[in-house]
Design a protein around this ligand. Structure first.
Ligand code: LER
Ligand code: MN
Length: 268
């Protein structure tokens, strides 16, 4: 289990400065902004800095419109194109990591309800599996992984349940498509985060960390000790990336939160 952090959370005039600070604060990984992976100049800068650092890329987040189950085929294709480009670039640096995606946010148009044939939700999840199979084939060829992220009811009423996300990943049945578990979304949607992680642990390959208020871990009520014990029990050895607001200056609160999480992990 290793700690990662979204690049935008750490201060620095340029990416190289941010990475130096990340290492200083105790992070082993960085979650890149997908927009900077898609941009030629920003990607070249990131690749060069990472080649010289002990901080490893864990994942990318955002940077394109996440519309895998959008009703417009052109929008779905644009999402597939962006995801594949990020996967290809991720594999240039190392195998086994890549973009996070959500199927669709609430603000976007949804697949129409075709009851009594099929509900919107059934159609969306079926379409999601079809889309993910194409991504899985691509990821297996280039060596990259896509992380599927269930949200919470306020951001999407499509995929917001870890068990359902795990079921979809099992159906796609590829090492190139894995589930990711966001502690903030789980604190809203799951009755017991540790129990949930035990149940989805066979397909979970990435986590997002924030406390229940979405500030940095250690500021709220989420039981990270129980969550990490569950991850340990299922043999999770991947990255947990900070995706959160900060309760104070980053140089104070980020190292404090990292130290707190190491206590929660036990000896790790
Ligand atoms: C959005 O709330 C979120 O958790 C992001 O990780 C979505 O990619
Ligand atoms: Mn997240």
């Amino acid at each position: 289990m290793r700690l990662s952090c979204q690049e935008g959370l750490v201060p620095g005039e340029c990416f190289a400065d941010r990475i130096v600070n990340m290492e200083k604060y105790g992070f082993e990984g960085v979650e890149l902004n997908g927009a900077f992976v898609l941009d030629d100049k920003a990607w070249a800068e990131r690749k060069a800095v990472l080649a010289d650092s002990t901080v490893r890329p864990s994942s990318t987040c955002g940077g394109y419109q996440a519309r895998l189950v959008h009703p417009d085929p052109a929008e779905r294709q644009a999402t597939i194109d962006a995801v594949k480009k990020i996967m290809e670039r991720a594999a240039e640096v190392a195998p086994g990591w890549g973009p996070i995606t959500v199927p669709i946010f609430n603000r976007d148009p949804r697949i129409p309800d075709l009851s009594p044939y099929k509900s919107s939700h059934e159609l969306e999840m079926e379409l999601l599996v079809v889309m993910l199979r194409e991504i899985a084939d691509f990821g297996e060829q280039c060596g990259s992984v896509l992380f599927l992220e269930p949200l919470n009811r306020y951001e999407s009423d499509s995929l917001k349940d870890q068990a359902e996300g795990a079921q979809i990943v099992r159906e796609v049945n590829s090492p190139a498509v894995r589930l990711m578990s966001d502690f903030f979304h789980m604190s809203i949607e799951e009755t017991n985060i540790a129990e949930t992680l035990r149940q989805v642990g066979d397909v979970c390959a990435h986590c997002h960390l924030a406390d229940n208020t979405r500030l940095e871990p250690g500021t709220g009520m989420t039981d990270f000790t129980a969550g990490f014990a569950a991850l340990k029990a299922v043999g999770f050895d991947r990255y947990l990336a900070f995706e959160c607001g900060l309760s104070g200056p980053p140089e104070e609160v980020l190292p404090r939160s990292v130290a707190y999480l190491h206590e929660c992990m036990g000896s790790d």
